[in-house]
Design a protein around this ligand. Sequence first.
Ligand SMILES: [Zn+2]
Length: 352
Amino acid sequence: MRSKDRIAYFYDDNLGEDCPVFDNLFEFCQIYAGGTIDAARRLNNQLCDIAINWAGGLHHAKKCEASGFCYINDLVLGILELLKYHARVLYIDIDVHHGDGVEEAFYFTDRVMTVSFHKYGDSFFPGTGDAKEIGEREGKFYAINVPLKDGIDDSSFTRLFKTIISKVVETYQPGAIVLQCGADSLAGDRLGCFNLSIDGHAECVSFVKRFNLPLLVTGGGGYTKENVARCWTVETGVLLDTELPNEIPQNDYIKYFAPEFSLKVPNGPIENLNSKSYLSTIKMQVLENLRCIQHAPSVQMQEVPPDFYIPEFDEDEQNPDERIDQHTQDKHIQRDDEYYDGDNDNDQMNIS
Ligand SMILES: [Zn+2]
């Protein structure tokens, strides 16, 4: 299809008001989706234990439909890549909006568990994400939704998050985790309505990191852009175990961080509409559904799509004084073909 026809096709049928066509749209999609796929590939090949793509996390895109500023669902593509090596992948979403595109893609399978914490009700976008949506067929009980109301604060959110995610990891025993860190759940977001501070948001990231599982971290929504930059900077520090100074150093964009020029911003005096009893009901409902999962599901023998091609190179031909690019460095690190070395592994997957 010629480029012009392709745009016309999208425009007529598949792009809503919030997904405008713009110059180099396809290249934009290639860059952010390619980043997430490559992050998964690096994790699969044990080139790193945590991979970050702050440009990714476009969780609303569907297989045949762009939605909510999301054109291609990079998270789904990254998870599919992880599934080549891992029997079970856990997806966690802390964007203020429901992670509907990812949930929909894996709604009928037990190989991916999706867990989304989001605002639900008052016709808030995208309108899905009720606690009753739990997956179907083989996927029944493998979609978890935590619908929240306006103004949730750090202590309520992190307590609920830690309780649910601990139980999910214990029950589901994922081989890898994908964490979508949408920053529109922060206080003061132009489209969001939660009241999380950057520390509260980052505490969720820190908690997930402590499971020491291969971890793919992406960005997502975020509409008060200076706070998005602050949040993902702090979270990069968390993932690198590096404490960052609160004062933002001089840079080309420093004026955006006036007047305090500080990394951390406090949350606001917003009423938390999530009562203790409401949160307790949601928590009990989720834990009850988790109890329906007897044990971590195994995977039948099946054909696994091939890895992305990494070209061979001869180490002896390299000039030792030359700088080696990332791609070449990757080739230096041999993949460990061991799929899973736990004692109680019962998965049987053909990894050829
Ligand atoms: Zn969002």
